[in-house]
Design a protein around this ligand. Structure first.
Ligand code: HXC
Length: 516
């Protein structure tokens, strides 16, 4: 080949690699920010990235755009591998027109999303964008809609992960919201439908970007994002870690992780974990750490509804999703946020063949007007729905309280729990003994005010003796076995192994009507 032809290609490539120009790249570096390509380099295995559409340009002729046609049009797309596994990706380049999305920018993203579905591999999007490209108008809105449609069609087919690595406004936030997990970076990434200036104009509210849509807001209050990283590097490492627990697509099993941690490792400390006083809190994460492979798990949404812990971990090399009530926060009750958090996680695991291990210590649903007005009936029903429809292996361990509606919801036998264990400390009943006695013995106590306290005390003792144990449930077969706490890891690993070939299905339907 003639050398000049090769040089044309190399020149074009050099130009494309510069994105919005060296000056803008330098400015980012001065602010400690990475470029779109540097993020890809950190995300995928070294040398594995193959780029598509490097020379694609927009077709806009308004506002002088015909004279400004950056190669690649502000988004880097292609495929690579993470730990040797194929992944499709796109990374928005803020140095090119603020990463704003045009019709052609959207076409590039749609191309990799379509390939991901056809070839059965996850999609990771690294977002850093001012939203719809204002110069384009309707074409950019059409482009967003094309992406949203693909996010929805891809949902449950291949995993979709989003990293937010800069300001993301307008359409740039709805696409991540439709994906499975969203990672943000503290003090550096924002998600909002409209920026502070529009907020001020419409509602007269003064708010800065951090307060409006920073990582803290979305990982503690709104629940929009799942993990907040301290740096871009950590954010990318979270994406890699999340990816490691997931299968390539909904037809495959998640990858196994080899471990030297024996499945029959006993943890004598577990027998002492539950305090004598049933109202005393303890940290359920210690129980999780003591039972999973190598004590390692990745907690998702740790600061949003901390009364319910959700996490990925491995048991005997098998990837699992863990759902656990956390007695250390609000005594582990189920409230609106916890219900929605758990439901979405259970549905993700079910969609991607990841077994669910549930640890139960729940006094019930949180009562009160705030919860009722917030829709606890509708939201609690989401968690119930998610567990009931899930056909993946479901292993449940009730360690202490399991009362009322929360008993039914938390992966009970009645919602097709496959293996339901209980510790000897389990209390499975309609409600706690004190509350039950106050209702059952109220009339008797009223009739005999002098002996009221004694009647109540006796009532509580009787109710506790009858129901504050796992044996009533075990006698019905609702609990398959009452297990010795220190053997919990072995029992879970064994049960998961036994359930490896599980086949279950739901009635044929277009789709159910989960109470959204
Ligand atoms: C075109 C844009 C742009 C956009 C930013 N730029 N957003 N160009 N369309 N949407 C350009 C700027 O003109 C500037 O160009 C460069 O990107 C960097 O932007 P700055 O404002 O200088 O950066 P910064 O101060 O960091 O602020 C970032 C920002 C702000 C918070 C994202 O730019 C902003 O508020 N942009 C508009 C956000 C927005 O309202 N988007 C539309 C949403 S509506 P130069 O040439 O100076 O470097 C939407 C509809 C879809 O998305 C809805 C579907 C549901």
């Amino acid at each position: 080949m003639r050398e000049d032809k090769l040089n044309v290609l190399l020149d074009l490539r050099r130009k494309a690699l510069e994105g919005g120009g060296i000056e803008k790249i330098n400015k980012r570096h001065e602010k400690g920010l990475l470029t779109a390509r540097e993020r890809i380099d950190l995300l995928v295995d070294e040398g594995s990235f193959e780029e598509f559409d490097m020379f694609k340009t927009h077709r806009c002729h308004h506002f002088g755009m015909e004279k400004n046609k950056p190669l690649g049009d502000g988004v880097v797309t292609g495929y690579g591998t993470i730990d040797g596994r194929l992944v499709y990706l796109f990374s928005m380049d803020f140095t090119v027109l603020g990463g704003a999305l045009s019709e052609t920018f959207a076409e590039k993203i749609c191309k990799v999303m379509d390939m991901a579905v056809k070839n059965g591999a996850p999609v990771i999007g690294l977002n850093d964008s001012g939203g719809a490209r204002i110069q384009e108008g309707i074409e950019s809105l059409a482009g967003y809609s094309d992406i949203f449609l693909r996010n929805v069609m891809t949902s449950g087919v291949v995993p979709q992960l989003s990293g937010i690595f800069g300001p993301c406004a307008g359409g740039a936030v709805y696409s991540p919201a439709l994906t499975d997990f969203t990672v943000m970076v503290r003090n550096n990434s924002y998600m909002f439908l409209t920026g502070p200036k529009v907020v001020k104009a419409v509602t007269h509210e003064d708010v800065d970007v951090e307060t409006l849509g920073g990582a803290s807001v979305h990982t503690t209050r709104s629940g929009v994002a799942h993990l907040a990283a301290e740096s871009e590097e950590q954010g990318i490492s979270y994406l890699r870690e999340l990816f490691s627990y997931m299968p390539q697509n909904n037809m495959e099993a998640p990858p196994r992780r080899e471990t030297s941690d024996p499945i029959d490792r006993e943890e004598p400390g577990l027998s002492l974990m539950i305090p004598e006083n049933p109202n005393q809190p303890y940290d359920i994460k210690q129980l999780i750490a003591a039972t999973v492979d190598d004590g390692q798990f990745l907690e998702i949404q740790p600061d949003f509804a901390p009364n319910l812990v959700i996490a990925f971990a491995h048991y005997g090399g098998q990837s699992v999703g863990i759902v656990a009530n956390q007695p250390q926060h609000l005594a582990g009750v189920l409230d609106n946020d916890a219900s929605v958090k758990g439901a979405r996680f259970v549905r993700f695991c079910d969609a991607f063949n990841i077994p669910i291990v549930t640890f139960v210590d729940v006094p019930g649903f949180l009562p009160g007007t705030a919860q009722e007005y917030g829709g606890i009936i509708r939201n609690g029903a989401k968690l119930l729905y998610a567990y009931a429809e899930a056909t993946v292996p479901k292993v449940t361990v009730t360690v202490r309280k399991s009362y009322g509606g929360a008993y039914c919801v938390m992966s009970s036998k009645h919602l097709r729990g496959d293996v339901n264990y209980a510790w000897p400390s389990a209390e499975i009943a309609v409600m706690a003994a004190k509350g039950a006695a106050e209702i059952l013995f109220a009339r008797e106590a009223k009739k005999d005010p002098e002996r009221a306290a004694e009647i109540m005390e006796q009532g509580i003792a009787d109710y506790s003796e009858t129901f504050a144990n796992p044996y009533e449930a075990a006698s019905r077969g609702y609990v398959d076995a009452v297990i010795i706490p220190q053997r919990t890891r072995y029992r879970i690993c064994n049960a998961l192994g036994m359930l490896e070939g599980k086949q279950d299905s739901n009635p044929r339907k277009k789709h159910g009507n989960i109470p959204l």
